[in-house]
Design a protein around this ligand. Structure first.
Ligand SMILES: [Zn+2]
Length: 115
């Protein structure tokens, strides 16, 4: 379930036409950033994606989202059909995962399989 053009339009409206990371105007040049990178098993779908400038997307690279980014993502999705991928919820609930990304991803993938 990749991000469809309809999903991207809705994401653009919900983000107010702004980049998720720097809050600058981005519009049609937006790229899809996976909050949990696909390299870590993140799904390719709107429940795990935001719109961002290409440069902001590249700067983020393959890191997990920060607590502050997760808070903003959840606020955006509070009443949206686009939803939230369950491991993002799990990530938000874990206070201290930062030292061990691999172990955390194993937990997240187990949660994703369960639902
Ligand atoms: Zn940006």
């Amino acid at each position: 379930m990749p991000v469809t053009p309809d999903d991207a339009t809705l994401m653009d409206v919900q983000q107010g036409g702004r980049c998720f990371f720097c809050d600058g105007p981005v519009g049609a040049k937006a790229t899809v950033d996976h909050l949990i990178p696909q390299a870590y098993g993140g799904i390719d779908g709107p429940a795990n994606a935001v719109l961002a400038h290409r440069r902001c997307n590249q700067r983020k690279g393959d890191r997990l989202p920060t607590g502050e980014e997760l808070d903003r993502f959840f606020a955006l999705r509070r009443s949206s059909r686009l939803g939230v991928w369950p491991p993002l919820q799990a990530l938000r609930e874990v206070a201290d995962w930062s030292g061990d990304t691999e172990r955390w991803m194993a937990v997240a993938q187990a949660i994703a399989r369960e639902r």
